[in-house]
Design a protein around this ligand. Sequence first.
Ligand code: PLP
Length: 331
Amino acid sequence: MLEHGGGLRAAAQRYGIALKDWLDLSTGVNPQGWPVPAVPASVWQRLPETDDGLETAAVDYYGTRQGLPTAGSQAAIQTLPLLREPGRVGVLNPSYAEHAHAWRQAGHQVELLAVDELEAALARLDVLVLVNPNNPTGARFAPETLLDWRARLAMRGGWLVVDEAFMDATPQDSLAVHAGLPGLIVLRSLGKFFGLAGARVGFTLAESTLRDRLCDHLGPWTVNGPGRWVAMQALKDQAWQAAMRTRLDQAGSRLADLLKRHRLPVAGGTVLFQWIPLPDAAFWQDALARRGILVRRFTDPPGLRFGLPGAESDWRRLELALAGVRAERLR
Ligand SMILES: Cc1ncc(COP(=O)(O)O)c(C=O)c1O
């Protein structure tokens, strides 16, 4: 099992701090996500139906008819490698570790590649997998570059898999509208911008033959009824989406500024998290956890990822904790 953010219960036990007293900044999930109303009993009781309006809402939101809902983008991440004969797969590194793990598990030969190694590696790859914008570094790829890479891979029957889990705040950079081009697979998630990580809903945007094979593999009712219901309404709520983009723009800059003010070397990020390469990341993670603040630590390269605080009191708490840890470091 790979490590993920959000392991609050384990942290609570390890540090002897009650669950309710933690500030969890260990994920890239929006702390002020789409406000979920009460789910009607019938949504729990009936089998999910594919003509309930979710797919239509997704057409409008993503700007393409080529979407298949899955139980989080994770379901697609795990299944896509099973749809090809074992081959050579390049995966951006550092990045969301589930990609490399899933392709390896399925018997593919995985090459971990830094941003500046991707282009040169294309000629020897069957599949290239990257996250745009990248988690945790925030690295971004221009749509034209990706479309060029897609064309070069597709000429040989190859795939370009673009995980856009963190793209909702910048839809103009998405490849979603190009879904349907041969070999292009775009993954989207309702878990980050919409803050609906527990609902387990994502979309795979790709040409119909590939969607059909994926759908076949996943079987019926892969997304549960309440998940479909909540995702449909969130995708339709354009007023909330527009307001949230503005709000997150401000919050993202505020977090970067706060971390920089405490002399942490912020190297990139998105509106939902900031990335700090840091040789003494283990010390900082532990010192923050002793203060009841959970952040995500990466080891290769060593660094910390800070998610967004939500309430004003959370911002103040983070600010105080950063000052405290800095003072402790200097002692
Ligand atoms: C880059 C990236 N892709 C995909 C996922 C999986 O998201 P979900 O399965 O909730 O859609 C995550 C979760 O952390 C992620 O960071």
